[in-house]
Ligand binder design. Structure first.
Ligand SMILES: Nc1ncnc2c1ncn2[C@@H]1O[C@H](COP(=O)(O)OP(=O)(O)O)[C@@H](O)[C@H]1O
Ligand SMILES: NC(=O)OP(=O)(O)O
Length: 314
């Protein structure tokens, strides 16, 4: 049966330790083969893939600022976001073309420059929470903070210090209608990469605004707008857990939105990592009455064959 699926790829799908272009492209070739499994088993499935850009946008912003002068001006954050969307979109489209060819799949692949509309008054602009770029030691964080008093540098989910930028909620995805039309024709799409390029309404058009949108929230919005059957959030863990990394850790296999809300309120999901994924999954299920799944990229086959993963329904 035809199914339309929006897939949100976690950071490990693109970048593990080595941030070079070669290493990221190699990681994406592996990812593309893992995703091609879905279409090999179900040739009539319609797939839209989105991905993060936190490390890449932060790294590129640093490079821009280091090399800039009046002849070579640094680009603003939203433009740097667009640059990473283009680069990762290109790598992923290329990797998918290769993986599809090797499996005899004939789907066309398109990476689409995608704009995500946000509210310029979103309170997120006053409270930056999106970590970008490299991790810093406490000492380095202190040094950078003194050097750049306007930066917000905070701890990122216990993993080290990172620069934080505003991450407003996605309200709309400008290209959603064309994405829906292309995917219905059997085109496999890479869209809304890095959460989409943040824009606000400006007269009859749009203007970029400095921010990095959370890719799980924009994936949920996109899934809603294109009438997807499933929102598939692929990360590093096969399941969402209660009491994660404690002796009481309990695997969640199938939960309702009401249960997810209860666990979220009780603080089971770490802010900045699992919390936005569960919230995005809940947003999609609440608005559409469809299904959201959180599992690992390595478990695509397990999900397909045995329904392994954390499944969230109404
Ligand atoms: N309750 C939880 N259940 C499962 N994983 C959790 C939980 N709380 C925090 N995590 C962490 O969240 C991580 C996924 O978030 P993150 O690394 O930010 O995602 P992404 O794959 O999008 O880069 C997991 O690898 C895990 O370490
Ligand atoms: N834009 C975004 O959510 O990127 P990460 O997933 O890399 O943080």
């Amino acid at each position: 049966m035809t199914k339309r699926i929006v897939i949100a790829l976690g950071g490990n799908a693109i970048l593990t330790k080595d941030a070079s272009a070669t290493a990221q492209q190699l990681a994406l070739i592996k990812t593309a083969h893992q995703l091609a499994v879905l279409l090999t088993a179900n040739s009539d499935w319609q797939i839209i893939i989105t991905h993060g850009n936190g490390p890449q946008v932060g790294n590129l912003l640093l490079q821009q600022q280091r090399g800039s002068n009046s002849d070579l001006p640094a680009m603003p954050l939203y433009t740097v976001g667009a640059m990473t969307q283009g680069a990762i979109g290109f790598w992923l489209a290329n990797a998918l073309t290769q993986a599809f060819m090797e499996r005899g799949l004939t789907n066309d692949v398109v990476a689409l420059v995608t704009r995500t509309v946000v509210d310029g008054q979103d309170k997120a602009f006053q409270h930056p929470t999106k970590p970008i770029g490299p991790f810093y030691s406490p000492k380095m964080a202190k040094h950078l903070q003194a050097l750049h008093p306007d930066w917000i540098i905070l701890e990122d989910a216990g993993r080290g210090y990172r620069r934080m930028v505003a991450s407003p909620q996605p309200l709309n995805i400008v290209e959603a209608p064309i994405i829906q039309s292309l995917v219905a024709q059997g085109v496999t799409l890479v869209a809304a990469g890095g959460g989409g390029i943040p824009v606000v309404h400006a007269g009859k058009s749009y203007a970029g605004i400095d921010a990095v949108i959370d890719k799980d929230y924009s994936a949920a919005k996109l899934a809603e707008l294109v009438d997807a059957d499933i929102l598939l959030i692929l990360t590093t863990v096969q399941n969402v857990y209660l009491n994660y990394q404690t002796p009481q850790q309990t695997k969640l296999t199938h939960i309702s939105v009401a249960q997810a809300q209860q666990y979220l309120d009780a603080g089971h999901f770490a802010p900045g990592s699992m919390q936005p994924k569960v919230q995005a999954a809940m947003n999609f299920v609440r608005r559409t009455d469809k299904t959201a799944v959180i599992t690992s990229l390595d478990n695509v086959t397990g999900y397909l064959q045995s329904g392994l993963g954390t499944i969230i329904t109404n």
